[in-house]
Design a binder for this molecule. Structure first.
Ligand SMILES: C[S@@+](CC[C@H](N)C(=O)[O-])C[C@H]1O[C@@H](n2cnc3c(N)ncnc32)[C@H](O)[C@@H]1O
Length: 143
């Protein structure tokens, strides 16, 4: 319990230091930041907790899935045959989630090169999936 508390505090502190350092060195550039982030590989585990037990990533996605599913059920939202736009797709966990719920079309956008390449290769033969690379702000501004 105490160990976990200390680990969390340490993680927050490291994040603050990293953020402040990058603020001094260069302005935040999401493309550059996430290209570096994905240098170790593209996977759900890498996105959430590459340096920790895989169970943590499972726990994270299970918890968020529960929240989204509860929202869908409580608001009578049906994903079946809809189009989904996933911002910051990463390794594509949510693409898979919405496809499994019956989404007819999934459009993904990510600013980073590696996850974009990864998902394009994975869904190369799937016409219902479109993978875009870029800032979602630019994409939304264009439509
Ligand atoms: C923490 S990851 C989450 C990935 C995925 N949604 C998940 O939950 O597993 C955030 C993702 O958003 C992308 N991203 C960050 N800022 C973005 C922006 N302005 N436009 C598009 N993608 C962005 C990053 O490259 C990264 O892949």
């Amino acid at each position: 319990m105490i160990k976990q508390f200390m680990w969390k505090k340490r993680k927050i502190l490291k994040g603050l230091i990293r953020t402040n350092r990058s603020r001094v060195d260069e302005p935040y550039n999401p493309g550059r930041w996430f290209d570096r982030f994905y240098e170790c590989g593209v996977s759900d585990r890498q996105t959430i907790a590459s340096d920790r037990d895989a169970t943590l990533a499972k726990y994270h996605y299970a918890s968020v899935e529960l929240l989204i599913t509860r929202h869908l059920v409580n608001h009578g939202i049906h994903v079946q045959d809809t189009s989904v736009f996933d911002i910051g797709s990463g390794a594509g966990y949510w693409l898979n989630f919405y496809k499994n719920l019956g989404a007819k079309r999934c459009t993904e956008i990510d600013v980073s090169e590696r996850p974009t390449k990864y998902l394009r290769a994975k869904y190369n033969d799937d016409d219902s999936v479109e993978i875009k690379k870029g800032l979602f702000q630019d994409f939304l501004g264009k439509t």
